[in-house]
Structure formats: C-alpha cells, structure tokens
Design a protein around this ligand. Structure first.
Ligand code: GLC
Length: 503
C-alpha cells in the first residue's frame, strides 16, 4: 500500500456483547495506552532537549553518534561496491553498481539466514559466519575471476561510536543480541581478520548504520529527503547536522558548515524514565530483557516488543481475575516469552470479519486458546491500542529532529518491517505529526503533508554502497576528516574506478 493511502475500516466492531467487567478492563487499558496530543508534545519537547544534549556531550542518554558520512549524493556517483547488511533475521550481501546515468544503479544480491543461536553465541562464530557469507557471495557471482579489491559498505545496525568511518566501538547490543566480548570494542579488526583469513579481496570502506544508509539512499533519488528512519525490530533515525552544531567534536576544528550525518540512536530516549508514559507491561519488558535500563523508547514502540507487550497484557488479564478471561483454558503456550510477534498483532488488526473469525483462528492455531466473542473484541481493541501508541510515539522522534533543525517541510525516508507491514502505522504517524506540530485540519493524512514520511530506498544495499562511494570520492579530493588511513583509501578509490561490474 503506498504511504498515506487510507483504508476504509472494513469492520464496524461492536462491544454490545461485552460484559461490564470486561468493558472496565478495556477502559483501563485505554487509559494506560492512549497517548493524547498534549502528551505527544511534551514527549517531543523533552526529545528535542535530549538530542541537543547528545550533540554536546559523550555520555548523554541519546548518543547522537557522528558517522563521518559527510555529504549527500549528487546522483553522479559511479563504481562497483559491495554492501553487507547484518540484520536481525537475515544477512544480505549485495553488489551495487552505480552507473553513469544520474541516480541509477544495478544490484545483485543474496540473502543468508542469520541462525538464531548466533545472536547469543561467541564473537568468533559471528565474524566467521559473516565472512563465510561474503566468501560464498564472491565465489558464486565471480567464480574464478581475478578481483583485485572491492570496497565494502558494512551496515552494522547497532550503536557504535565512530572515530573514523571504517571504525566502530559497539556501545552495547540492542534488539535482543547478546554476544560476549564485543561491547566496548572496535568491531572492525575481528571482522577484517576473518576476511583476511579467507583471503577475500574486500576493503572495508565504511561502517554504516541502517538509518544513515536509508537517508543517503533516499536522498539519491529525492532531493527533499532530510531524515532516514527505521521502524522495524528496532527504531532509530539519522539526519544531516552541520559540524558547527556538534559541540562534542569542536576540538577537531572542522569547518562549521560541513555536513555530518548523525546516527541518533534515539531508541535510548528517556532511559531515565522522565516523560514516556510507561505501563506496568513496559516495565516488565525492560526488566526481563538482556539489557535492563536501556532502549526505553525502543522497547515501547519497536517490532521486537509489540507482540510481547500484547502477550503480557493477556496474561495479566487471565491472572488478575478482574473479569473472566480465557477462563478454563490451557494458557501454557501464552506463558512463553516472546512467543507472539508484531505480525500477530498486525494480523489481528487486519481481520476484516465482523465476527473476528481470523483472530479466533490465530488464537487457536498459535496458542491453542478458543476465544469467546467478547474476548475477541478485547484482543482487537488491545492490538489497536498497542499499534496506535507505537505509531504515535514514533512520530515524536521525527518531530523532534525537525523542530531541532527548524525544518517545517521535508521528506523523511522510512524503512523497517513495522513501517512497511503494520496496518495503519503510516496514517497514525501522520496524524500524530499533525497534532504535535499544530498543522491545519486538512493535514495529517500522509500524502502532501508538510513533513511527509515516505517509503525509503534500499538503505543497507544502495545506501551503504553510496556511503562507500562518497567516502572514496572525498578522499580523492583531499578531504580526510574521519579517515584513518588516507593512503589505503586512495588506493581503494583507484581500484574501485577500475572494477568491472559483474555480468
Ligand atoms: C536499534 C539499533 C540501531 C538501529 C535500529 C534500527 O535501535 O541500536 O542502531 O538503527 O535498531 O535497526
């Protein structure tokens, strides 16, 4: 569905059969989960001051990491690049050829499943797996061809402090990853060692966050793009700051007017719990997570957590006995943490039938619970409440960047499973932006809004390749800010311009 397209609600929904004690529970949930316009404004204002604080100091809640991506593409970038995306579920390797035609590219790609055990395994296993995927890709697509060197943009979508563009100290794992011995260290040397062990002709040119890749890829085809966002397993955004507005890098004496992409890492917003309207369920999610106290904002809105919030509410309703809820049912499957994902909620919200028969089947198939009609009505309302809260709070981050930069109009490129697949997410977000930014009544519909959140171009493929290309370009022009080894990069640039696109 194109962004901003509206679906007429296909179901009226009626609570007439719902008993009074269950209605009371629904009312309670509404009080917990509904975030009104006034609260959104309060959250956004606090967000703005936290963004500014992050630009000023290294130990702020929102990290605001400078990325050394220091230009937007102009559409004339050329060359052949590898892009590697180490996501949560899949690993993707792409070869991107930026062609002579302005803003055009060719891409070949392969996907590899990211084994679940890897997320909690050892660092050696992780890097060996990543390097094996790259090796397979090169063997498959290039066979016996002699390749001297291919520059690589590596999309590593976790918070990393970057002293250089091809460097990144992992601040902490997010999104359920928990691999010992990586946090607090530079992720690049072990990655490069795994490449070298396999003799792979690859030069890591840029370590890229998915949000920065999204912003750059989207700006390649749309000059109005200012922000790249991910609303997926995690949530975060990147935007272009000017070096003069980043006091924490003042000691580098960079030209104040130079642009610098900032990976906000704003999933960490409000870790001090000052302003977000957390429910008891959000508190449990945090406590039981591998990193309690971290990613407070992300844990309320990102795809990884939506199903779990839903599950915790259902469990509570069953156990608190304030109404009959799943009475006499075997709830053992419901007791399993993280057994429901955001897709489950999305499917409930999409159930088109008046009697919610699809929701009935979902509950039966997934949890072996047979729901009564009133229970189904509650499930539907709860999914709406959780999905709507996620979309509305998500808008606060985007609004905060725009307010901070004084942007009244712009395009925002967004990607991620929640943005792309969760029903009504886009329109709910647009409505929230309208309330936060006091747009006139006819706005807040997505299309044609002053600030429009649009589906992004491929950030971790084309975006990462472009960032590698932009890096090599600026090194050739003698702009070496954030470049660890300019000579090696210059050599890479010379080889990249010789590299032939694969057939
Ligand atoms: C998490 C990561 C961040 C990433 C986001 C979206 O918040 O920390 O780096 O951009 O998820 O994938």
């Amino acid at each position: 569905m194109p962004s901003g397209a509206r679906r007429t609600p296909s179901r009226k929904g009626s609570m007439v059969d719902v008993p009074k004690d269950m209605l009371d529970q629904i009312k309670k949930l509404e009080d917990l989960f509904i975030v009104d316009g006034q609260k959104l404004k309060e959250v956004t204002n606090q967000f703005v001051s936290e963004l500014v604080r992050g630009l000023g100091q290294n130990d702020a809640t929102i990290p605001m990491n400078p990325t050394w991506c220091m230009a937007f593409p102009d559409g004339n970038e050329t060359g052949t690049f590898l892009a590697l995306d180490m996501g949560g579920t899949n690993m993707r390797v792409c070869e991107v050829t930026l062609t002579e035609e302005k803003g055009e590219f060719d891409i070949i790609q392969s996907k590899y499943r990211m084994p679940e055990e890897l997320k909690t395994g050892t660092a050696d296993e992780l890097w060996a797996y990543v390097a094996d995927c790259l090796q397979q890709f090169i063997e498959y697509h290039h066979g016996d061809e002699k390749i001297e060197q291919l520059p690589l943009g590596f999309t590593f979508s976790y918070p990393a402090t970057q002293e250089y563009i091809d460097h990144g100290i992992l601040q902490r794992w997010t999104k359920g990853f928990d691999i010992d011995g990586v946090e607090g260290k530079d992720v690049v040397p072990p990655f490069e060692a795994a490449l070298a062990e396999r003799g792979l002709p690859i030069k890591l040119t840029a370590l890229v966050n998915d949000t920065t890749g999204t912003m750059i890829a989207s700006a390649y085809t749309d000059p109005l793009m200012r922000i790249g966002c991910i609303f997926g397993t995690g949530c975060n955004a990147a935007y272009m700051e000017d070096c003069g507005s980043i006091p924490k890098i003042a000691h580098m004496n960079l030209d104040a007017s130079l642009p610098m992409a900032i990976n906000c890492e704003y999933g960490a917003f409000d870790n001090e719990h000052k302003v977000l309207p957390r429910t008891p369920y959000d508190i449990i999610i945090d406590k039981e997570s591998p990193r309690p106290g971290q990613q407070a904002f992300e844990k309320m809105i990102a795809g990884l957590y939506l199903g779990e919030i839903f599950r915790l509410v259902l469990l509570d309703l069953h156990q608190n006995h304030e109404c009959d809820f799943f009475a006499g049912q075997d709830i053992s499957k419901l007791k399993k943490a993280y057994s429901l994902d955001a897709g489950f909620l999305a499917a409930i919200e999409e159930d088109p039938f008046e009697n919610l028969s699809e929701t009935y089947d979902l509950m039966q198939n997934k949890l072996s619970i047979s729901c009564t009609k009133p229970e189904l009505e509650l499930l539907r309302r709860l999914a709406e409440l959780i999905g709507t809260r996620a979309a509305r709070l998500s808008a606060c981050g985007v609004a905060a960047i725009c307010k901070h930069k004084g942007w009244e109009t712009c395009h925002v490129g967004a990607d991620g499973s929640v943005f792309n697949k969760y029903p009504h997410f886009k329109i709910r977000g647009a409505q929230a932006l309208k309330e936060i930014l006091d747009w006139p009544e006819n706005k807040g519909k997505g299309k044609g809004d002053p600030i429009e959140i649009l589906p992004a171009e491929d950030g971790s493929g084309v975006g990462a390749a472009l960032i590698a290309a932009l890096t090599l370009k600026r090194v050739q022009q003698g702009q070496n800010a954030g470049i660890r080894d300019p000579e090696a990069m210059k050599k890479a640039a010379a080889l990249a311009s010789k590299a032939k696109p694969s057939k």
